[in-house]
Design a protein around this ligand. Structure first.
Ligand code: NAP
Length: 229
């Protein structure tokens, strides 16, 4: 891995990914909305920024050129298919053979075998329609985006984040195939470690075409996980 592109580079997750990718010695470039370029000030001499929306195919085509890894922050803002168009742009325009990693939450299910708590289902059942009603965000757009990724034969990983918290790194999160698995019960991950997992996924071939649900390795349930072989 030499050069990575981050679509959504100026958000909280994006900026943590910048740190982790630079720490690995990668060249880093990325796309963010023009009004957000200032958020990248601390790294301005070490990264290349392509101002634009992450669903703008012209901008994405330039930004992913020459990148062997593409990290995509999938967010369902608005009701115009922002997440789906962002995912399609990454899948269609990344270099042949590039590794792709997409972020989302536990609500995404690949095979319908995730088991959600009543609280989680209630929250989603109430919050999602309200967000759509006020045209603030459309969770079903993120679902469509991920279904498009799951159907793709590119080398993708969809990383499903638990509830996030700020704070120093606790180490690479542990993961499981399905929400509801005992190891995930603590449902918390440091945001910096979510970013660490995204960046690490680019060089982990065992994660190709997987949708790992992650949890902090230092959380009570995460500590119960078998150590990596
Ligand atoms: N928040 C959580 O608790 C949580 C839990 C599990 C998983 N996740 C996943 O983690 C990822 C990052 O989520 P986050 O909450 O931590 O947010 P974040 O890192 O702050 O990222 C938000 C992204 O959305 C962009 N954005 C904000 N408003 C926008 C708009 N109106 N139009 C277009 N783009 C806009 C931001 O760009 P600007 O910098 O330009 O504003 C930024 O790239 C997502 O994939 C999410 O599904 C989040």
């Amino acid at each position: 891995m030499k050069r990575v592109c981050i679509l959504g580079i100026s958000g909280k997750l994006g900026r943590y990914m910048v740190e982790h990718a630079l720490a690995r010695g990668y060249e880093v470039q990325g796309v963010c909305r023009p009004e957000s370029v200032g958020k990248l000030g601390p790294w301005k001499d070490r990264i290349r920024v392509f101002p634009g929306r992450t669903d703008d195919r012209t901008v994405v085509a330039d930004a992913v050129k020459g990148c062997d890894g593409v990290l995509v922050v999938l967010v369902p803002w608005g009701v115009s298919g922002y997440a789906t168009k962002t995912a399609e742009a990454a899948l269609d325009l990344a270099e042949p053979g590039a590794r792709l990693a997409f972020s989302c939450g536990w609500h995404i299910t690949r095979d319908g075998k995730d088991r959600y708590s009543l609280g989680f289902r209630l929250m989603l059942g109430i919050v999602a329609p309200l967000m759509r009603l006020f045209r603030f965000a459309d969770i079903s757009d993120q679902v469509r985006a991920c279904d498009t990724i799951f159907a793709s034969d590119r080398d993708w990983t969809v990383v499903r984040g638990s509830d996030l918290e700020e704070g120093p790194s606790e180490g690479l999160p542990v993961w499981s195939e399905h929400v509801g698995d005992a190891v995930l019960a603590s449902n918390r991950t440091r945001r910096t470690d979510f970013a660490l997992f995204m960046v690490a996924a680019l060089t982990d071939r065992s994660l190709i075409r997987k949708a790992p649900a992650i949890v902090s390795c230092a959380s009570p349930s995460g500590r119960s996980a078998a150590p990596p072989a």
